[in-house]
Design a protein around this ligand. Sequence first.
Ligand code: MTE
Length: 334
Amino acid sequence: MLIRTPKLSELKENQLTAQSVYSNRRNILKGLGYLGAGALLTGNKANAFNLFGTADKSPFKTRDLSFSQLTSEIDKQILTPDQKVISHNNFYEFGTGKSDPVEASQNFKVDPWTLKIDGLVEEPITLGYEDLYKAFDLEERIYRLRCVEAWSMVVPWIGFPLQKLLQKARPLSSAKYVAFETLYDPKQMPGQKSRFSGGGIDYPYVEGLRLDEASHPLTLMSVGLYGKTLPPQNGAPIRLVVPWKYGFKSIKSVVSIRLTDKMPPTTWNRLAPSEYGFYANVNPQVDHPRWSQGSERLITTGNLFNRNRVATKMFNGYEEVAPLYKDMDLTRYI
Ligand code: MTE
């Protein structure tokens, strides 16, 4: 059984790199007890943006998905503080700086939303905005997120395994890969207006997984974090989270999931194939051509220097995925 619930005593900061930090609490969220729109948390008024981007001036509202027993039980020290998770972002559609997404995305409209699952499937599926929260039991999972830029966070996500969605769509035997696409809407996403403003990316942002990777129980479609629906800067209303791969694989604001028989193009690989592979598994033995991947800066209080540097683990500590790659040479750049 791959899914396990760690004992709370296991989840100490000094053990983070020694083991997977992963939790599965189906029962907490079963039945989806979200409390409706507009449930804002009171935040520090001195901050430009309060919890989940619900800035005083922001029209964007998150809503409760559930009271999170898990995140309140666990020593807050092991989780990256919520204010960091929602203000230190990569989302080039809203600018290339870490603070651009929270500032530029607060008018982003997530309702109505359409997510299509099609291609080589028996049963194409279309999910609307409310379906994202209701079609599957939601689970809370604490995952490490390791960016290819050598920083990392520990995030309590809420979502459902992609496997569940794929099972419902029933992939044909010819399906070998899954291709993902982010919304293309330059009116709402300033980075998509020109290559210059969007970091040279040819939008929409696209990603891909092998079907067996996509079907792994760790692969999550996330609709929330820290007990709330996702704020726009983190990929509202739905994003992928693949914890054993570099963060760029975890594509945000997904509108299309297509089953295919060919390896799909992926945004960063297309942009710089010598720097970003299709697989992009976290691997401390294979350095990025311009920097080491042997260690990472654990983002906690925002210290820019090396105080929170920890060793990077193979597969980001999720060793249970190793069998997926047993026939591959992991000392190569892939
Ligand atoms: N998805 C889209 N559509 N656009 C992006 O620029 N950035 C990726 C990934 N998903 C990105 C994206 C990168 S590089 C990382 S590290 C993670 O999102 C960051 O997720 P976070 O901002 O929630 O921490």
